[in-house]
Design a protein around this ligand. Sequence first.
Ligand SMILES: [Zn+2]
Length: 139
Amino acid sequence: MTTQPQPLSPMKTGVRGLCPRCGQGHLFEGFMKLKLKCEACGLDNGFADPATGTAFFVNCFTFILVAVVVSAWIEIAMSPSLWVHILVSLPIVLMACVLPLRPLKGWLVNSQFFYKTRRGKIPSGYAAPETATPGADKV
Ligand SMILES: [Zn+2]
């Protein structure tokens, strides 16, 4: 009797930038570029397609939260001049947007592997059902 290896948690491996299959190899070369293959187990990372998901999550949660909370708090509490926002708020917002990119991308890619997601395909010969367009019969 053979036992299947336990699938690795995308949260544990992806956030740390490790291979979704073996958890030993590295997922990235450089800051955001995915490696073509895992150096430890040879997993082809061609399945990975996070597209704009990483930027979406960062924009939706981190940027808005930090921009609204920090910048608005500074403005309301202290009413500083513009240069204070440039020196304080801008670096905080930039760091809040850049730092989570890599862990989020790793989590998204490893979640794609974990849940076996693939790009959708439309079967050949498929015809979309006709829809009723008001006024189309009067042309
Ligand atoms: Zn690997």
